[in-house]
Design a protein around this ligand. Structure first.
Ligand code: FMN
Length: 214
């Protein structure tokens, strides 16, 4: 990797200029994610998910990355939730990882697709039974008159299925975001941050990349 010194006018400091490498962005993601798993105190797989209504009103919330491959980045949720409704109406999303312990950010954008029934079943039933019950009992994003109502629904499902797995509710599913744009950002001294953008028009295409001014 190229390295040299950069004199900063007026502040008498210098800064190594090694850049984020132009390697395959999926491989780069794996390297950074591996480092985040080693250094983040909680949920290194937590990412902000932005969706938008068809008329361009955005909303954002955290979700957990549960699977990843060259086909894309997968999270699971309730498709009848606010995000689910926005996704159904506008199958595009943006993901953001910010690992504070590493001072790094990754932005990922692209179209979304629903995972197969089989994938959704497999993941739902890999979760602890109590998590299955909690999800099945939740009308995610709908008004809840008081917490007791939710807890009663939890109890009712636990009684109805006294042991083993809970059937996956049909609206509980996963979505896969197929990246068209991936940007890696790394904090550097004196706010001379390092950014590399990878772009492709569709998933069959090779990635192009460029550095960006911070
Ligand atoms: C760290 C973290 C991880 C979360 N992971 C998920 C998740 O994987 N799936 C999910 O549906 N909600 C998850 N949530 C809750 C969402 O942020 C959000 O409250 C919920 O999905 C409802 O969002 P909506 O009303 O925009 O649909 C998570 C929240 C936090 C803080």
């Amino acid at each position: 990797m190229r390295s040299m010194s950069l004199a900063l006018p007026g502040c008498g400091m210098s800064e190594a200029t090694s850049e984020i490498p132009p390697s395959d962005p999926f491989s780069l993601f794996e390297v950074w994610f591996g480092e985040a798993k080693a250094s983040e105190p909680n949920d290194p797989n937590a990412m902000a998910l932005a969706t938008a209504t068809p008329n361009g009103r955005p909303s954002v919330r955290m979700v957990l990355l549960k699977d990843r491959s060259h086909d894309g980045f997968v999270f699971y949720t309730n498709a009848a939730s606010r995000k689910g409704e926005e996704i159904r109406a506008n199958m595009h999303g943006a993901l953001l990882f910010h690992w504070k312990s590493l001072r790094r950010q990754i932005r990922i954008e692209g179209p979304l697709e629903e995972v197969s029934e089989e994938e959704a079943d497999n993941y739902f039933h890999s979760r602890p039974r109590n998590s299955q019950i909690g999800s099945a009992a939740s009308d995610q994003s709908r008004p809840l008159p008081e917490r007791r109502v939710y807890l009663d629904r939890v109890d009712a499902i636990a009684e109805r299925y006294p042991e083993g797995d809970i059937p996956r509710p049909p609206h509980w599913t996963g979505f896969r975001l197929s990246p068209r744009r991936m940007e890696f950002w790394h904090d550097r001294a004196n706010r001379l941050h390092d950014r590399r953008l990878f772009l492709r028009e569709d998933e069959a295409e090779a990635w192009e990349n460029t550095l960006l001014y911070p």
